[in-house]
Design a protein around this ligand. Structure first.
Ligand code: HEM
Length: 495
């Protein structure tokens, strides 16, 4: 009996010591808020991480750490420290750390969630394939402008009545990446496609829970599902079966074409992948599962982010009609009214260009990207960053840095306009990330943003409905991206 009690006490003490050691910060790690025994930094405000992280930066400097659950989080802030961390040490810090989204939702597959050679091979393949199909080229511009044309026709149909533009933007922007990723576009009244873009929107705006589950995975099992994980996973399954259906259908016709010796010209990522898979050795990383997850990554990455930036753009211009007027005057002067603006006009539209960069800065749509992981312990600025840490490049700390920008919380349309009328300083607008994990769709997103935004302003005036209170520019929803609150407006045809 005495032996059993002693054994029991030893087990309890071992567990307590283990728990205590897991929830304290080692002395050689970056500093951070004091940890509470057995709780670590559980007392921080998870509801407003952006503000909380700003406060920690003021207190602890450009690199600090938090102990949450049994995880160590290291947050890297400012302009120079992230560059040094994610560019100079790119070999060590470009893995994707485990999180609920990475390990439970995408099972470390695809592009955004994979690591090591699986990630390198697929990122390289995706970049070179997408470049071949027009990323950053005129052929891509044509595709986007076709979509802009359909989008503006839908705006016209609203006949100046008040409406919510988010579903229309999601479908239009999604059609661009769909045609590049799998050679398809969808009609604006396609109910099934609208269900898919709606599921994506819901998951992007409603995923604080994904962050919580990263640190406390057991909360997923709570009876009654108070975190609504079931709904999130249902949306994930809906999107997965949509992309799987497209892959399966094309695989079948690809095999038939192969048998007949008549494979269609390769014009999209899906066809390029099937061809790569056909020619690849059996032990290659190019598998059916990788195909489905990487297509889904492109589809998701290319849908919600760009349409969120466009929503910020419209909301800002509703608040500041004088900026609309100024942009429209510049576009009409340089481009005229009969054709859409093109990327070749960009350098001749410095005011518009400055406004769009300011939207990318002010919108701050991905302030805290998915955490990076490490391949080994890293000694950095005199601290030890343990291999198991989750590394967060805090993009908010660059985009709202008072050392770089005067009054960063204000929208200043001429922020990037120099006295000589040229645009400068835009290289510090790190909206698309830093280092080797930098956004894969950056050139597409920039082109889409420019073409959609300038064509809209060229032809439409945006006005708030009479007596309607627009959401303030300081308000936002934060899930996977930082989004404006829902709003309505009228698009009145100008030309
Ligand atoms: C304005 C629009 C966009 C913004 C602000 C944005 C921002 C970002 C950010 C901050 C990251 C994470 C960087 C990191 O992990 O450190 C990222 C990754 C990624 N983005 Fe975008 N993105 C946009 C549009 C797009 C588009 C159009 C695509 C479609 C091709 C795309 C595909 C991806 C992919 C696949 C990754 C994962 C890259 C990797 O892990 O190697 N994004 N994006």
């Amino acid at each position: 009996m005495e032996y059993a009690v002693t054994l029991f006490l030893c087990v309890i003490i071992t567990i307590l010591v283990w728990l205590w050691s897991k929830t304290r910060r080692a002395t050689n790690w970056p500093p951070g808020p004091p940890t509470i025994p057995f709780l670590g930094n559980l007392n921080i405000n998870f509801g407003d991480m952006i503000t909380e992280f700003r406060r920690f930066r003021q207190q602890y400097g450009d690199i600090y750490s938090l102990v949450i659950g049994s995880q160590t989080v290291v947050v890297v802030n400012g302009l120079d420290t992230p560059k040094e961390m994610f560019v100079k040490n790119g070999d060590i810090v470009s893995e994707r750390a485990d999180s609920f989204l990475v390990s439970e939702v995408t099972k470390r597959k695809g592009i955004a969630s994979s690591s090591g050679s699986l990630w390198k091979e697929h990122r390289t393949f995706a970049l070179s394939t997408l470049r071949e199909f027009g990323f950053g080229k005129r052929i891509m511009e044509h595709k986007i402008l076709e979509e802009v044309d359909v989008f503006l026709a839908s705006l016209r149909k609203t006949k100046g009545t008040s409406f919510d533009i988010s579903p229309l933007l999601s479908t239009s922007v999604s059609n661009v990446i769909s045609s590049i990723a799998f050679g398809r576009r969808f009609e604006h009244d396609d109910a099934n496609f609208n269900k898919i873009t709606n599921a994506i929107s819901e998951n992007f705006s409603d995923s604080i829970m994904a962050g919580i589950l990263t640190f406390f995975p057991f909360l997923r099992r709570i009876p009654g599902d108070p975190l609504n994980v079931g709904h999130f996973m249902k949306n994930v399954e809906m999107v997965n079966s949509f992309t799987q259906g497209i892959v399966d259908e094309r695989k079948k016709s690809f095999e038939q074409e192969g048998k007949a010796g008549d494979i269609r010209e390769v014009t999209n990522y899906l066809d390029a992948y099937l061809k790569q898979r056909k020619d690849a050795p059996t032990e290659s990383t190019f598998t059916d599962e990788q195909l489905q997850v990487s297509i889904t990554d492109l589809f998701l990455g290319g849908t919600e982010t760009t349409s969120t930036v466009l929503q910020w753009f419209i909301l800002i211009l509703l608040h500041k009609p004088e900026i609309q007027e100024h942009m429209r005057a510049e576009i009409h002067k340089i481009v005229g009214e009969s054709r859409f603006p093109s990327t070749a006009d960009r350098s001749k539209l410095p005011y518009c260009n400055s406004v769009l960069h300011e939207v990318l800065r002010f919108g701050n749509i991905s302030p805290l990207p998915l955490p990076h992981g490490l391949t080994e312990d890293l000694h950095f600025h005199g601290y030890l960053i343990p291999k198991h840490a989750l590394l967060i490049p805090n993009l908010d700390s660059v985009l709202n840095d008072t050392a770089i920008y005067e009054n960063p919380s204000e929208f200043v349309p001429t922020r990037f306009l120099s006295e000589d009328g040229t645009v400068s300083g835009t290289e510090k607008v790190y909206t698309f990330g830093i280092g080797r994990r930098v956004c894969l769709g950056e050139s597409l997103a920039r082109m889409e943003f420019f073409l959609f935004a300038t064509s809209m302003i060229q032809r439409f005036k945006f006005i708030p409905p009479d007596g309607y209170q627009l959401p303030a520019l300081s308000q936002y929803k934060y899930g996977l991206t930082r989004q404006p609150l829902n709003f309505k407006f009228k698009a009145v045809e100008y030309i």
